[in-house]
Design a protein around this ligand. Structure first.
Ligand SMILES: Nc1ncnc2c1ncn2[C@@H]1O[C@H](COP(=O)(O)OP(=O)(O)OP(=O)(O)O)[C@@H](O)[C@H]1O
Ligand SMILES: [Mg+2]
Length: 267
């Protein structure tokens, strides 16, 4: 399969400390490729550099060194104009942990779906736009009357996260970066969202980089798992390789920290 994303020797150093300045290598010489239609989980403890890496790929945070290639474009060197960036964010889309942060509390939730329509060049409020919005909500299991015309505070976190998936469904990005998209949700909503990711991959060939703390979910949905530790990808392989035959001490510790119920159930 062709690589859709290529990350080459990527590093990000932050200066930290108020009284004594020190340098933190949040991402440290990371290289990998993602193929079309692959689901890859990026796991690792808090502070290991997962979100920093995701933000650099999304072109939200500039790397200290290294390159990100998406298709044939060098993301930090070739994309310069607003149109270039719009093109990029149409093709590389993100869903974050806290769905509330993606909505403006003063606007009805319909706005994020209308913005998605604009991004793909469709006129909001047209008959076609209405049809696409209804189809997108149906895809995520929401009725239009349940959510349209409401403000974010009138909906649950699970409903808001599903609206954000409806937005992703409208945009149909080539690459979806989901940074802990289910960690705030209850188990059944979590299951549904994971299922939707799988359908998007199968139906539209979406590549998904799934950032997670949860090895259980990563095991179930991924083609490959990357284990990140202190800014480096220290181990990568199939879910069976990583969870049944981990080679790195840190991966073993990470697996040992998964609740026993999971271990009995999936191993
Ligand atoms: N803007 C920043 N300025 C300084 N240091 C930062 C900044 N953002 C992140 N860091 C540091 O970089 C390291 C990696 O942080 P990052 O948020 O990428 O971790 P993470 O793996 O996503 O953690 P979590 O699982 O808690 O979300 C941490 O040590 C963090 O304190
Ligand atoms: Mg994070």
């Amino acid at each position: 399969m062709d690589a859709i994303l290529r990350v080459e020797k990527l590093s990000k150093v932050f200066e930290s400390g108020f009284i004594r300045r020190s340098l933190v290598k949040a991402v440290d010489n990371v290289s990998f490729e993602l193929s079309e239609g692959e689901i890859v989980s990026l796991v690792g403890q808090s502070g290991s550099g997962k979100t920093t890496l995701a933000k650099i790929i999304l072109r939200l945070l500039e790397p200290s060194s290294g390159d990100v290639w998406f298709m044939d474009k060098n993301v930090w060197k070739d994309l310069k104009t607003l149109d270039d960036l719009k093109w990029y964010w149409k093709n590389v889309h993100a869903i974050f942990q806290n769905p509330y942060a993606s909505f403006n509390p003063f606007y009805k939730v319909d706005r994020v779906l209308n913005q998605a329509l604009k991004l793909i060049g469709k006129e909001p409020n047209s008959e076609e736009a209405k049809r696409v919005i209804e189809e997108s909500l149906k895809f995520v299991g929401l009725g239009p009357d349940e959510v349209l015309g409401k403000y974010p505070h009138q909906l649950s976190g699970g409903q808001l996260q599903r609206i954000l998936i409806a937005r992703t469904w409208i945009i149909k990005p080539k690459l979806l970066i989901a940074d802990e998209p289910v960690s705030m949700l209850d188990v059944s909503t979590r299951g549904k969202i994971i299922e939707l990711f799988d359908i998007m991959r199968k139906k539209y060939g979406t590549t998904i980089l799934f950032v997670s703390h949860d090895l259980g979910i990563s095991y179930v949905i991924s083609d490959r798992i990357f284990v990140m530790y202190q800014g480096k990808i220290i181990e990568e392989g199939s879910p069976d390789d990583i969870l049944l035959n981990p080679t790195h001490e840190y991966t073993k510790e990470l697996i040992a920290s998964v609740p026993t119920l999971y271990r009995k159930w999936s191993f």
